[in-house]
Design a protein around this ligand. Structure first.
Ligand SMILES: Nc1ncnc2c1ncn2[C@@H]1O[C@H](COP(=O)(O)O)[C@@H](OP(=O)(O)O)[C@H]1O
Ligand SMILES: [Mg+2]
Ligand SMILES: [Mg+2]
Ligand SMILES: [Mg+2]
Length: 394
């Protein structure tokens, strides 16, 4: 009940309600609702365990494909086929695991991929490769005693992801590989899975196979191979955990950076300049007084890294006309908010995941801790105004 009324993280001033609340009533009403938090924190436990298992297995499949891609001297890195295989394989596996772990109730999934292209005649070989990968990964896990999935089973599993989302009921939200470009380069990518309940994100999992367990301060910093692979998980009202993806470490609670002085902050942005305007981020960072150069990373790994305080700010300003999808932010946003951070659009509004596949945003996405957010939003507004003025004077 409480979980569906509001996101139980952060301070009372930043809590979101689906109804307008006059400021004088805000504190007493939200305090009452927060007393229901223990109930909320017991909810979704089974779902979270299933999501962690699904994302971990999918990560195993993706790692295998990425290793083969990087070792192969035949396949050029610009060949998109390995990505396709890993994307579909990951989506099929996540849907397979969720349906088996949570057999009761209807299963709705909003996911990035669909099986349209795979059903074409020229995709037969690719489909067989995907089916083999999925079956190999299921049998390597050893917990499911099922006969091998057929190509039809795999197509059906991929197509479970045909829900459109929205404000009613429960919908899983999946990006089977977020950061496709990073995946191809051998860099960062994530398997991002979240659950929406009545339009609110109530849990999220980020499997980050190439992220080191130790903090990153710079994208290019190498880390020892045995320290790589993180799993972030967050549940409404219960905080954010991080553990190693191979299960070799126990979960630890993580928290966003508590930096208050922007001069000490560092900021994340997309590696790909086509995904976010780097010039605009630089101008915002300069206005804020940030000294450190941007840390450019692919995918929702940025949210994961921010949730454990590796950097203090994430700025995302897509070029005009781009519409953000919910699977690119649902898991990442709860991982950050449950770790004490704040995620808003450029106007300071919380992200609304209840409107279907797309996020309706004012201009961009900004993420930071609660102390830095007011200054950050001021700098964002100033830079956007300057940008608009210089565009109109051309
Ligand atoms: N022109 C664009 N502007 C903003 N985001 C874009 C984009 N083109 C693709 N993306 C999204 O950016 C995601 C990667 O985010 P990041 O820039 O943080 O690495 C992609 O996810 P996929 O890789 O799952 O397709 C894709 O959805
Ligand atoms: Mg994505
Ligand atoms: Mg993707
Ligand atoms: Mg994509």
């Amino acid at each position: 009940m409480a979980a569906s009324l509001l996101s139980l993280s952060g301070s009372i001033n930043t809590l979101r309600t689906p109804f307008p609340l006059k400021s004088e009533f805000r504190k007493p009403i939200l305090s009452l609702l927060l007393r229901a938090a223990p109930v909320a924190s017991m909810a979704y436990e089974k779902e979270l365990a299933a999501a962690k298992k699904a994302a971990s297995l999918a990560a195993r499949l993706c790692q295998k494909v990425q290793r083969a891609l990087l070792q192969s001297d035949v396949q050029s890195k610009s060949d998109r086929s390995p990505v396709t295989v890993a994307d579909y394989g990951s989506q099929a596996l996540v849907s397979f695991v969720l349906e088996r772990e949570l057999p009761s109730g209807s299963f709705l999934l909003v996911a990035e991929e669909d099986s349209g292209d795979l059903r074409k005649d020229d995709a037969k070989e690719t489909l067989q490769r995907i089916t083999k990968l999925v079956n190999d990964t299921i049998s390597s896990d050893g917990t499911y005693t099922v006969s091998a999935l057929s190509v039809e089973d795999v197509l059906a599993a991929i197509d479970s992801g045909k829900s459109e989302g929205g404000p009613r009921g429960r919908h899983w939200v999946l990006d089977p590989i977020d950061g496709t470009k990073g995946f191809l380069r051998g860099d960062q990518y994530a398997i991002a899975l979240a659950l929406l309940d009545e339009g609110q994100v109530v849990l999220g999992v980020l499997a980050c196979p190439n992220l080191s367990l130790t903090p990153i301060s710079n994208h290019s910093q190498p880390s020892a191979p045995n320290q790589v692979g993180c799993l972030f998980s967050a549940k409404v009202g219960a905080g954010t955990d991080m553990e190693s993806l191979d299960g070799g470490s126990s979960p630890v609670k993580v928290h966003v950076s508590d930096i208050e002085d922007p001069a000490e902050a560092s900021f994340f942005e997309s590696y790909e300049a086509a995904h976010s305007m780097h010039d605009l981020s630089s101008s915002i960072a300069k206005k804020l007084g940030v000294h450190a150069p941007p840390v450019r990373i692919d995918s929702q790994v940025k949210y994961g890294a921010l949730s454990r305080g590796d950097g203090a700010i994430y700025l995302r300003f897509p070029h005009k006309g781009y519409r953000e999808k919910i699977w690119d932010h649902a898991a990442g946003s709860i991982v950050v908010t449950e770790a004490g951070g704040v995620v808003t659009d450029a106007a300071g509004n919380p992200l609304d995941f209840s409107r279907g596949k797309f996020l309706d945003l004012d201009t961009g996405i900004v993420v930071t801790n609660q102390k830095l957010m007011p200054q950050l939003l001021k700098a964002v507004r100033a830079s956007l105004n300057e940008d608009a003025q210089s565009a109109s004077s051309v």
